[in-house]
Design a protein around this ligand. Structure first.
Ligand code: CA
Length: 667
């Protein structure tokens, strides 16, 4: 999500102790009964249609039945009767397939506004009414045999973060279903010069997983007015368990968005690519009129002592994962997406708002469904929270979350300069003093005898217990794109020099231990017109112009080879801190903006006995001392070929300014 008020990690530790009492004002919720049944809200079976709402303090509850998704009066109202464990129930003997419903709850002050509930899995236009459909009829052909890629460790993944509209909306995409889930089902698409786009582009690039920005039903884009071409990232959740309607070809038909999202997943799976969903359980778009509030007012959120919503999300509220029914909601929701939509991973927005125990449940229960499912998130909050810092799923606490990875802001800011200070430079753009922090990224924030964490810019200790807990990146949807960051911080440099800096920056990401992550379109040097927070900017800002793939063909080729290098060499993908400490050896270098290291001992089963890597982020050539041997030159002077550009016998090898040297030898 937009992170304009993202804190430097740890900044809230000091105030957490003072605000802990805030949780006390919410202590009454501890006495609310939990409901563990799997039939919440809607169940259709041979005995009819059954509604079960959890709302322990409600005075009355009703179900309203509708013939259509909007613009119609209810055809029936069912009075719900109080059941066990805080539930309210109503049943009819018919299967109400094709009908729509809402709930209405009286929490003591008369009936509140209608809500589709918190568990609506099928919804109509703008998600205002839930739908009763035959879910099995939404499965595309071959769905029962659909499988995502089997990936032994998250460090084997190359993650490509994309927004549906960014990826396909530009005329140059050549895609028919622009801005839709179906865009990623089209084969044989190309730009104006015939270069592959869409699914074919992803295959060619070699990424292993697509990470789609929020694709549950969010609040902002008016699904009743799609010709208006509204844009939003989607960090404004409305219905957590139904797909977003504006990405479907018909938001009014509840089955269509479900079927089309499954078709997208299947097409990506058929191409060998996994699908990761960005999930935003930390806050909702609305406060008092959210589906949580209209169902069981108060319970799902944290509050300040004065009763107001606390706001660790910076978006007006924060959810309360430490409460059993909210924790269950998060766990059961991701499990639903994993089972029904075959999702291969989840990226948790502002994960630091959630409690560690819930996140560990998420990872554990997902891996029981599919061991290849990944979980990672933003290990920070955007404001203070009543949840004590030691309970938060923060970056600093990731060692207590075995199956979960966090984004490394260490490498990100050290390589390209501070994320919010546009003019600030980093290691790859000539600013000295970032070397040790880049090294923290290279070893994936694990303990290493040659890394001095006291010199870290953002982190002062080895917070990861394994490289599988770190996501390395230099840009994502947030903040300036890498292209724009380089333009802002290198205003006098040529486009060619900025592309060169981008190559060095991404070479550091893709050769580092941990999991590499990139923002869609960087491989063609896309920009966002210099705008930091483009969460609702028009397509003219956010769309990827795929003709850049032709005009920046060398840039694309560099990325493709870089990814091929990583995918072909397990030395870049070690899975334990011990392996890294043993096999990754830094050279002692006194020159600023130069880092040199080796991956030794056929690390992690690599075909290379040794890989030598030298990064030169300075503006002067660096004379590297390479041991004598029969080396394959993989990268040099802004060029790369995973199979080798050349050979070298070692000795003094000059590393040109703003470039990476990568050599490998088999003996
Ligand atoms: Ca929506």
């Amino acid at each position: 999500m937009q992170n304009f008020i993202r804190p430097i990690a740890g900044i809230f530790f000091g105030v957490a102790a003072i605000t802990m009492n805030a949780a006390d004002s919410d202590s009454r919720y501890a006495s609310w009964p939990d409901y563990q049944g799997d039939d919440l809200e809607l169940m259709v079976d041979n005995a009819g249609t059954h509604f079960t709402l959890w709302s322990p303090e409600a005075k009355a509850a009703e179900v309203l039945l509708y013939p259509t998704d909007r613009n119609s009066a209810p055809v029936d109202t069912l009075h719900m009767t109080k059941g066990e464990n805080g539930t309210w129930r109503a049943s009819v003997p018919q299967k109400l397939l094709g009908k729509f419903y809402t709930f209405r709850v009286d929490a003591g002050h008369g009936f509140m506004a209608e809500t589709p509930g918190v568990w609506a899995k099928a919804v109509g236009t703008n998600g205002r009414r839930a739908a009763i459909i035959d879910m099995s009829a939404t499965d595309p052909e071959g769905w029962s045999n659909d499988r995502g890629p089997q990936t032994a460790a998250i460090t084997d993944a190359v993650i490509y973060e994309m927004h549906h509209r960014d990826f396909s909306i530009h005329p140059s995409s050549g895609i028919v279903h622009k801005g839709k889930f179906l865009a990623m089902t089209e084969n044989g698409t190309s730009n104006d010069s015939g270069a592959p786009t869409g699914l074919d582009h992803l295959r060619e690039l070699g990424i292993t997983h697509v990470h789609i920005l929020p694709s549950y039903d969010y609040n902002s884009v008016d699904e009743a007015n799609l010709p208006a071409n509204e844009y939003n990232w989607g960090y404004d959740p409305y219905n957590y368990n139904a797909p977003e309607g504006s990405y479907s070809t018909d938001p009014s038909d509840p089955s269509v968005r479900i079927r089309e999202m499954k078709e997208m997943v299947k097409a990506l799976h058929d191409a060998g690519i996994g699908v990761i969903m960005d999930v935003v359980y930390n806050h909702t778009a609305n406060n008092d009129d959210s589906n949580f509030s209209l169902t069981a007012p108060g319970y799902f959120y944290r509050h300040r002592p004065d009763g107001s919503y606390s706001d660790a999300s910076g978006c007006g509220n924060e959810t309360a994962s430490e409460r059993r029914m909210m924790s269950d909601f998060i766990v059961n929701s991701v499990k639903y997406w994993a089972k029904e939509f075959h999702i291969d991973g989840f990226r948790f927005d502002l994960m630091g708002i959630h409690d560690i125990e819930t996140m560990n449940r998420v990872a554990r229960e997902l891996k029981e469904i599919n061991p290849s499912i990944f979980v990672y998130g933003e290990g920070w909050t955007a404001g203070d929270s009543p949840l004590p810092a030691e309970q938060r799923a923060l970056k600093e606490n990731v060692a207590r979350m075995t199956g979960i990875a966090v984004f490394s802001d260490d490498l990100r800011d050290a390589v390209k300069g501070h994320y919010s200070n546009a003019a600030d430079r980093g290691f790859a753009t000539g600013k000295p003093g970032n070397e040790e922090t880049v090294k923290i990224g290279i070893v994936a924030a694990t303990a290493h005898p040659q890394v001095d964490y006291s010199k870290g810019n953002n982190s002062r200790f080895a917070y990861a217990s394994a490289p599988t807990q770190i996501i390395n990146y230099v840009s994502c949807h947030d903040d300036l794109s890498l292209t724009d960051k380089l333009a802002a911080s290198m205003p006098d440099a040529s486009e060619a020099d900025r592309q060169r800096a981008a190559r060095l920056a991404q070479t550091i990401v893709f050769t580092s231990q941990g999991t590499p992550f990139m923002f869609a379109g960087e491989e063609v040097f896309r920009n966002k017109k210099g705008i930091h927070n483009t969460y609702r900017s028009p397509d003219s800002v956010n769309a990827i112009d795929w003709n850049l793939k032709t005009s920046n063909a060398e840039q694309f080729n560099y990325y493709r080879e870089l990814i091929r290098l990583r995918n072909g060499h397990p030395a870049f993908r070690m899975t334990t801190a011990e392996d890294i400490a043993r096999n990754l050896v830094f050279d002692s270098i006194a020159s600023p903006n130069v880092i040199s290291y080796s991956l030794k001992n056929n690390a992690n089963g690599d075909s290379f006995k040794e890989i030598k890597i030298v990064f030169n982020g300075s503006d002067i050539p660096f004379a590297a001392r390479i041991p004598r041997g029969e080396w394959t030159v993989i990268a040099r002077d802004g060029q790369i070929n995973a199979d080798g550009l050349d050979t070298s016998r070692g000795g003094t090898v000059v590393v040109a300014p703003v470039s990476a040297l990568i050599l490998g030898r088999t003996r």
